[in-house]
Design a protein around this ligand. Sequence first.
Ligand SMILES: [Zn+2]
Ligand SMILES: [Zn+2]
Length: 208
Amino acid sequence: MGDLYRLSCEKCDSAGAAEISFEGFVGGVITGTEQGGRIVTGSYLAFLDENDEFVILPHPLESSRLAALNVTWTQASFRGRLFLVVNMICRECGAITGSPRIHHSISAGCLLGLSVLLVSYLLLWWYQIKFALFISMAILFAFLVCADWTISRWLKSRYRARVLKLSKRCCDQCGSLEIDFIGKCRGERLICPQCGERSLKVEFGGIS
Ligand SMILES: [Zn+2]
Ligand SMILES: [Zn+2]
């Protein structure tokens, strides 16, 4: 699930059906469809193929697209080929730059998570400790947070060269370093890439 945003210029865009940029998602609930502008996603998953080209895994079809590539979530994650492409918007020109960050899916760790829950619950129950289920849920949560952090750190260091090569620190269009998450610019007026005026509105546009 991801956030969608509406980018509309007070000067260039008029009300009407919003133009939907289906890069990164294929379905979603869009609010204010008649308010015009362009709907874009905040981020999406992508698989880096053998030719080092990104294959977009649009939400909510990520699993089937990955399966079509004959790759599992675990393989994509641990080979350092699963990326979260975060759409960043430029405060200087309004262009959007996709910034890939190495990512992993810990859904593969579900079985392990369930084992942690079960073992901790049984141990607590055996020693007749009160609130055994509640405590074991807390242990599971702590385990998942630690596992997520550890895997992320490991992937970043294992595939450091790739991460550095693909990371984007500036705008693709004008080279400015003033790029930010689209969501962080909600409610602001940014420079419109078409007319160059500070009239580009960034609003919440729905969820995918
Ligand atoms: Zn720019
Ligand atoms: Zn404009």
